[in-house]
Design a protein around this ligand. Structure first.
Ligand SMILES: Nc1ncnc2c1ncn2[C@@H]1O[C@H](COP(=O)(O)OP(=O)(O)OP(=O)(O)O)[C@@H](O)[C@H]1O
Ligand SMILES: [Mn+2]
Ligand SMILES: [Mn+2]
Length: 694
């Protein structure tokens, strides 16, 4: 079943200002359905949808004021112009209407030129295929691209593309932006989260929510200037849109956006792709400025803004050791030049990228740079295998062996009211550091969109002791068990089962390998503490065994979602003694058994079982609009930073979860934490494009 175009006369938006002979603007209700939400923001929700029998993405904006409605019509007309030029069978009436509306007649020629020469159906853009512009439903339909988007691909899947892949993505994107700029359109929100990927990893630029015709941006500024004699707050606000860490200095100075501001964000994004680091979150950038003038680490929005504008702070550039050729690095630096007029145009960028691509094609070039490809890691793995066991693999294989099916559909679908009024909007990030220790015994995982239902997320931290084996094993085994158990057990039971089964499996594994002599260490009883936060639609479940902690910022106050299981807690002490193991005051605190362990619950620690149980304590709560964010961390953080301090540090930091995690961990290290530190920050409310600034 295809999508039928209504007759041109009736194919108009409700106001009559938008009409098209190419893109349907008014859809009969039977022709589309919304399947499930993919992403929720403060300004829109994106759904997976069906349109005329085909899969599509539907963006439904939140329209609460008449200004929002104006914006919707503006966005629709802009999109329609952008994609109209791509239709090979052009309708002259559309073209003329648009040319007169937006560009004046001079643009008509440019457009004809574009239409004739643009042989592509899509120049790297997520294409608009239809719209519904009549009350009560306002929807924009786009071609559907399977997740992950580029940001998720880099930071969640931890994909590290080859230099060739980076250059090819950079080239495709530059082509998409050149196309927009020829049409006079400025995107204003270039960032990896707005770049979708097709099956072959070709990028498709999406999110035209802030896009504008350049001439309209200028118009606003002139009008504001005239009306008040000076730019008003509204003017400032209108111009200062985008996402803070990708914003060019001129925007941060509240100047107007030009095509060159897109070039800046593009440069930041390509560097992010090369380094795999969220801008401003790694140590080198910190050394440059965050320890700046006052010797204190500064991550607030105002301070970051000041550093970018006044001190020329930029994200740490990819190192030549990454294999990135020097001319690519210099191109990135020119893209983020403080002076917009010094930045190259996309025309120039494409030319340079073509040269770089040709060089990369001839192998002579590649061999002169050390490669970052798999060769290095695989040699480490081989080594690891001979030395001891790869406990990550052991944990992974375990679940594969036990798995009944590959399906992870509909986890916990029955247990909730789907129309539940409140839907949290999640964004997440993490940071893990060895700290002052020589070895890293913490592990963690982040599992967004755990099931086909998409509204299920899991985050976990494991803090190893007496080695990292248990933490490495558990970080693979626990998520596997959860997926498996989620199909027919409640979230609480699945969490408890996952802890207990992982504990049993790990201890069995240990015995098997001791018998087979693959483990030669005598008296080795590794263990780990564990905390898992599971979010199923509007419900949060936190399962904890040991002294990791999770706190929820509810209405500005810290709500502990865990209780520390340590021998200094009288209840726990009593439980352990009842189970038959001694608890003694040793040196500075209460400790369990001969091993003198401080924690009273853990995975592993077979010499202390069953007293040191793997049975987690689970706390659940229904999330509401009062809940701002969740912080999960190993004791390396909590030892030196109080719950209250954690909240105020996050509040004071740029609203980027990876950056908040990083700031908390470095704060702990600075306050003298001697342990490994792992932090996960999950925002539960939309951190909208506009809100990121204020
Ligand atoms: N055509 C599509 N196909 C598949 N997924 C999509 C599509 N369009 C958007 N998405 C997903 O939805 C997310 C949000 O989309 P989009 O950026 O358009 O919304 P938004 O509300 O403007 O978000 P924000 O302004 O916070 O960036 C994207 O990051 C992407 O993961
Ligand atoms: Mn977006
Ligand atoms: Mn947006």
């Amino acid at each position: 079943m295809g999508l039928e175009l209504p007759p041109e006369e009736s194919n108009r938006c409700v106001r009559g200002c938008c009409h098209s002979a190419v893109i349907p603007l008014h859809l009969p209700p039977a022709s589309y359905s919304l399947v499930s939400p993919i992403a929720r923001g403060s300004e829109s929700t994106v759904y997976e949808a069906r349109l005329g029998g085909e899969r599509a993405a539907a963006k439904k904006p939140v329209l609460s004021t008449s200004e929002d409605l104006d914006k919707f019509h503006y966005q629709l007309q802009l999109l329609w112009s952008v994609f109209l030029a791509l239709q090979l069978q052009l309708q002259f009436s559309d073209l003329e209407h648009m040319a007169v509306c937006f560009f004046g007649h001079a643009y008509l020629i440019k457009l004809c030129f574009l239409c004739i020469f643009s042989k592509l159906d899509h120049p790297g853009l997520a294409k608009l295929i239809a719209a519904h512009a009549k009350p009560p439903n306002y929807l924009l339909f786009f071609d559907f691209f399977d997740p992950p988007n580029l940001a998720e691909k880099i930071h969640v899947e931890e994909w590290s593309p080859s230099v060739q892949q980076v250059v090819s993505i950079a080239n495709d994107l530059a082509n998409a932006l050149r196309y927009l700029h020829i049409l006079g359109v400025v995107h204003r929100d270039i960032k990896p989260a707005n770049i979708l990927l097709d099956k072959d990893l070709h990028p498709r630029l999406a999110d035209f929510g802030l896009a504008m015709f350049q001439k309209d941006i200028k118009l606003i500024s002139v009008e504001n200037w005239k009306s008040s004699g000076k730019p008003t707050g509204g003017f400032h606000k209108k111009n200062m849109v985008g996402t803070l860490i990708y914003m060019a200095p001129e925007i941060l100075r509240k100047d107007i956006h030009t095509e060159k501001s897109d070039v800046y964000s593009y440069g930041i994004s390509i560097n992010e792709l090369l380094t795999g680091v969220v801008p401003y979150t790694d140590l080198r950038a910190e050394a440059q400025v965050f320890y700046g003038a006052h010797g204190s680490r500064t991550y607030t929005e105002q301070q970051l803004t000041a550093a970018v504008v006044a001190q020329g702070l930029r994200p740490a550039l990819a190192l030549p050791e990454s294999g990135a050729p020097p001319n690519l690095l210099s191109l990135i630096q020119r893209c983020w030049d403080p002076r917009p007029e010094q930045r190259p145009s996309f025309e120039d960028i494409i030319e340079e990228l073509n040269i770089i691509q040709n060089h990369l094609g001839s192998n002579s070039f590649i061999s002169s740079y050390p490669s970052t490809s798999n060769s290095q890691t695989s040699s480490i793995e081989v080594h690891h295998y001979q030395e001891a066991l790869n406990w990550f693999d052991q944990g992974e294989q375990l679940v594969k062996r036990e798995k009944k099916s590959d399906l992870t559909e509909n986890l916990w679908s029955g247990s909730f009211d789907h129309s539940a009024v409140y839907h949290p909007t999640l964004s997440w990030g993490s940071f893990a550091t060895c700290g002052r220790r020589e070895t890293m015994e913490d592990t963690h995982f982040m599992l967004p969109h755990m099931s086909e239902e998409k509204d299920v997320y899991a985050f976990g931290i494991f803090d190893g002791h007496r080695g990292s084996a248990a933490a490495e094993f558990s970080v693979r085994a626990v998520p596997g068990f959860l997926k498996q158990l989620g199909q027919d057990t409640s979230p609480t039971d699945a969490l408890a089962e996952a802890f207990v089964r992982t504990d049993i499996a790990f201890r069995e594994e240990l015995i098997v390998h001791q018998k087979s002599k693959r483990i030669t260490k005598k008296d080795w009883h590794p263990g780990c503490t564990a905390v898992i936060a599971l979010i199923v639609r509007n419900k949060l479940f936190v399962a904890n065994a040991g002294d990791c902690r999770a706190i929820l910022n509810r209405a500005g106050k810290p709500l502990p979602m865990t209780r520390d299981h340590v021998a200094s807690c009288p209840k726990e002490r009593e439980r352990v003694i009842k189970a038959g193991t001694d608890v003694k005051w040793q040196t500075d605190t209460w400790r369990v058994g001969a091993a003198a362990l401080q924690v009273t619950r853990s995975i592993g620690d077979d010499d202390l079982k069953p007293a040191v149980t793997a049975q987690p304590e689970i706390i659940e709560t229904a999330l509401s609009a009062e809940d701002e964010f969740l912080v999960i961390a190993s004791d390396g953080l909590w030892d030196v930073v109080s719950n209250e301090d954690v909240l105020s540090i996050v509040k004071d930091t740029v609203k980027e979860p990876g950056m908040c995690s990083k700031r908390l961990a470095t704060e702990a290290a600075e306050r003298g934490s001697k342990d490994n530190i792992t932090v996960i920050v999950v925002f539960l409310r939309p951190v909208s494009t506009a809100e990121r600034i204020y």
